[in-house]
Design a protein around this ligand. Structure first.
Ligand code: CA
Length: 516
């Protein structure tokens, strides 16, 4: 009888094992929590469904299978609310979809189709400022213009005068005069982005109402834009705003997620974890100067990379024990990875391997998985159309009107990279799939493992333990294969050459996942 049961178990394991391998689009086996593999989408440049040249929500919906195949189970949509700008980081209605992107019905459909595929959707929530075309701002400025000489503003007559920062003095050069009145308003980013006064209770009630609108639609989280600027250099105030907003959202949906753009030093990022919010983007490891790109260029040792990883983890966890790191290489505000790495595919593969080895929820900026380029520092050039195919123009977007027209994408488009087993796309796909198969990589508590066998070679190892299970992450930054006798056996390899680790041999420039 015992033998019969064992045989039955072997067959069962064989069947489930095969099932997992053949259904690459399914990520049903991933743990259903807020640790996700995110894909950041600029809707405008991603996929156009109706041939007007501008990406839209139906276009995003048509690419859900692409995103799931890649191995992502979360999407961050850059702003989708109505706005006068192409980037939409200045909202004029917090409870609508920009008509260029589609309708609220399109959004509902996208959410339900994404959830069917176990993909969470988070959206950009921009509350540092509104558009100067927001009715709140228009009513407030109309009211101020209508005041007679010597008459003080009264929020009982117009509550919107408290929604923004108004003054009779131009406090600095980020304050702009309201034409036809003696008042100025603060617009710290731009004259057409008046700063909101987030201390005002009535404004907070309106923002709660907006949050509720999207949470009722099934949105799984918000990416909070610019909390560092709610009040300049006022961490106590800003973290209090984040705490209030997060707790309100959690009250409506206990699984609600929030990730914050605190583009600042590591110390400031750690300070913002006081807000109790789960995630701050890991700016320390991102951008051309960050540790991922430095290491991918061969300018940082494996020992340094792992040491910093563990040091930051410990410091952040000390402030918020439930923190979820949010690593990324670049986003829509930065020159792309391909530019930072001079178009070297091997270096981009290494950058991908490093990003996807990090704890938390990694964010992949659309096009990064095929090595798309940007140009210079102009924002529009960092948000160019997704390269789906060289032969099939369906879904192709025209991109931002002010982008330079002479940017040549040197990378192969999506369709040819899918077909090429050695492509950058397939490296991303493999790394994301490894994360889905081994939940300890994202969730495990890290611990440095000394490797005396490594000698002075550029190798380091982190053990990640979660739920009683451990995975060992070996970083080999050497330019050549390394022969080393370790007491661990490899279970998955991310290497620049595509070679797998075998007993005693670790491929050059690789991240190898091992077990005891
Ligand atoms: Ca369109």
């Amino acid at each position: 009888m015992k033998r019969f049961i064992s045989l039955f178990l072997v067959i069962l394991l064989f069947i489930t094992g095969c099932g997992r391998r053949t259904s690459s689009a399914s990520i049903d086996n991933a743990v259903d929590d807020n640790y996700r593999n995110y894909y950041e989408i600029f809707v405008y440049s991603f996929c156009d469904s109706d041939g007007d040249g501008t990406g839209d929500l139906k276009g995003v919906e048509s690419k859900l299978d692409y995103i799931a195949e890649l191995g992502c189970n979360g999407i961050w949509l850059m702003p989708v609310m109505p706005s006068p700008t192409y980037h939409k980081y200045d909202v004029k209605d917090y409870k609508e979809i920009d008509p260029v992107y589609g309708s609220v019905e399109d959004f509902d459909s996208l959410i339900s189709k994404a959830h069917e595929k176990h993909i969470n959707i988070i959206i950009d929530m921009v509350i540092n400022h509104t558009s100067s075309e927001h009715p709140w701002f228009k009513e407030a400025t109309d009211y101020l213009k209508g005041l007679s000489a010597g008459e003080e503003p009264d929020s009982a007559a117009c509550k919107y005068v408290d929604y923004y920062h108004f003054s009779k003095e131009q406090l600095d050069n980020t304050w702009y005069q309201i034409l036809g009145s003696e008042y100025y308003y603060e617009g710290s980013f731009w004259s057409e982005m008046p700063d909101l006064n987030l201390a005002d209770e009535e404004l907070r009630a309106d923002l709660e109402d907006a949050a509720k609108f999207w949470i009722d639609k099934g949105v799984d989280g918000f990416r909070m834009d610019a909390p560092l600027h709610y009040e300049e250099a006022d961490t106590a105030f800003n973290t209090d705003v984040l705490k209030w907003f997060y707790e309100y959202c959690k009250g409506l949906d206990p699984d609600f997620y929030m990730v914050n753009e605190v583009w600042a030093s590591e110390q400031t990022i750690e300070d913002y974890y006081v807000s109790g919010n789960p995630s701050m983007f890991d700016f320390s490891f991102a951008q051309a100067e960050g540790d991922i790109i430095k290491a991918a260029r061969g300018k940082e040792k494996a020992s340094k990379f792992t040491e910093k990883l563990l040091e930051y983890e410990e410091a952040r966890r000390a402030v918020n024990p439930d923190y979820i790191n949010a690593p990324f290489i670049t986003n829509h505000d930065m020159p792309r990875v391909a530019n930072a790495l001079n178009g070297k595919t091997d270096d981009m593969k290494m950058a991908a391997a490093l990003l996807l080895s990090m704890p938390g929820s990694p964010f992949v900026y659309y096009g990064e998985e095929i090595g798309m380029s940007s140009k210079g520092t102009k924002d529009e050039n960092k948000r160019l159309p997704m390269m789906w195919s060289a032969s099939d123009t369906s879904g192709m977007c025209k991109g931002p009107a002010d982008a330079d027209k002479d940017v040549v994408q040197k990378c192969e488009p999506v369709d040819s990279q899918i077909a090429d087993p050695n492509s950058l796309y397939n490296v991303y796909k493999k790394g994301l799939s490894i994360r889905n198969e081994h939940p300890e990589i994202a969730r495990g508590t890290g611990e440095l493992i000394e490797l005396p066998e490594a000698g002075d070679r550029d190798i380091a190892m982190i053990k990640r333990t979660w739920n009683g299970k451990a995975i060992y992450v070996l970083y080999n930054f050497e330019e050549e294969d390394v022969s080393i006798d370790l007491n661990y056996k490899s279970i998955a390899t991310m290497s620049v050459s595509g070679a797998e680790a075998t007993g005693g041999s670790i491929p050059a420039r690789s991240v190898v996942y091992m077990e005891e």
